[in-house]
Design a protein around this ligand. Structure first.
Ligand code: ZN
Length: 340
């Protein structure tokens, strides 16, 4: 297997089959939600392994290596080829940059037939629905001034508050399930000064890409209108200057869905049943979001065992039916890539 690290830091391991196609990617993210330097020594207690990241995603990374070793040990020749991929930047502000590089970067691979993300514990869940999110920072800046002497000068906080109120009254529904969270608001320099800068952070999530796009239009139009209102306010004194605004997209995880009748989902369900388990179709945000949104058949699955307190320092993993989880992942991968 030829292994190399690509331009963004992903580890790529090629396992060629008889043919170049179908090309199936087996992926596990290498990063965790914890800052570098976090104590990750594993503590064993009552059959459980305790450490931050032990399930999400040490579990997936170990499974990725185990699948490669199993194929080599049994000298399995596949019909198509496999790409074993350890991705960077899956969690939080990483914003899927590793998997994005695979599909959109300088070393992108155009002919990916299927994408299987190995993620955490469990042997029943099949993530086929990608929960999308977009995060925005709304910046407004103005001339500032004395809160009394310059009163009437345009105030950057005013349009942000008007925009926040409009977002709070946006008609949200349960289908598609959608959330708009105002997560941070800050600005100003002193209690007795009209601020020169202010910003508002907004986190939008939805199972529907169309709904996220609709909310983005609403957000942009709300801020534009609110800034217009503030610019038009009656002002005392001379012309101190005007407001400027900018919207930065801080994060973008595209939403999408692979239909339950798609081959990749049917294979995953059948294999799960073959092991006597009940498949459960799920919606989550994973490395599979990117291929799903691009129309590439993709799912994310657990790799066996059980886990708890994920994304906390108290994270634990119990490797009870680990072997079953690994076999399930291996069979799904082989069904997708073909065996000669
Ligand atoms: Zn994860």
């Amino acid at each position: 297997m030829g292994v190399h690290i690509d331009g963004v830091g992903n580890v790529r391991g090629w396992r060629p089959g008889w043919h170049a196609a179908p090309l199936v990617v087996l992926a596990a993210h290498l990063d965790t939600v914890f800052p570098a330097g976090t104590m990750i020594r594993v503590r064993r207690e009552n059959g459980r392994l305790h450490a931050p990241g032990i399930s999400d995603n040490a579990c997936g990374v170990a499974a990725l290596l185990a699948l490669g070793e199993a194929l080599n040990a049994a000298a399995v020749r596949t019909t198509g080829s496999l790409l074993f991929l350890g991705t960077v930047g899956e969690e939080g502000e990483g914003d899927l940059r590793g998997v994005r590089y695979l599909f959109e970067g300088a070393e992108r691979i155009p002919m990916i037939s299927a994408f299987l993300a190995l993620e955490g514990a469990g042997a029943e869940g099949i993530v086929h629905h990608a929960l999308g999110s977009r995060r925005y920072r709304l910046h407004v800046r103005g001339p500032g001034g004395h809160s009394w002497g310059d009163f009437g000068a345009p105030n950057p906080i005013h349009p942000l508050v008007r925009t926040a109120l409009r977002l709070m009254s946006y008609p949200l529904s349960d289908t598609p399930r959608t959330s708009i969270s105002l997560t941070r608001i800050a600005g100003g320099e002193a209690i007795n000064a009209i601020p020169q800068t202010a910003y508002l952070d907004v986190d939008v999530r939805s199972t529907s890409a169309a709904e996220i796009a609709r909310i983005e239009r609403y957000l942009r139009e709300s801020l534009e209108r609110a800034v217009g209102l503030e610019r038009a306010r009656r002002r005392s004194g001379g012309d101190l200057g005007q407001l400027e605004y900018r919207i930065d997209v801080l994060g973008d995880r595209p939403a999408g869905v692979v239909p339950p009748e798609a081959e990749i989902v049917r294979i995953a369900c059948e294999v799960t049943r073959w092991f006597g388990r009940t498949p459960r179709l799920e919606c989550a945000s994973t490395d599979a979001n990117l291929p799903i949104a691009r129309g590439v058949p993709a799912i994310a699955i657990g790799t066996g065992g059980q886990a708890g307190n994920v994304h906390t320092l108290q994270e634990w993993y119990a490797p009870e039916d680990r072997a079953l989880g690994l076999k399930r992942a291996l069979l799904i991968a082989l069904a997708l890539v073909g065996v000669s």
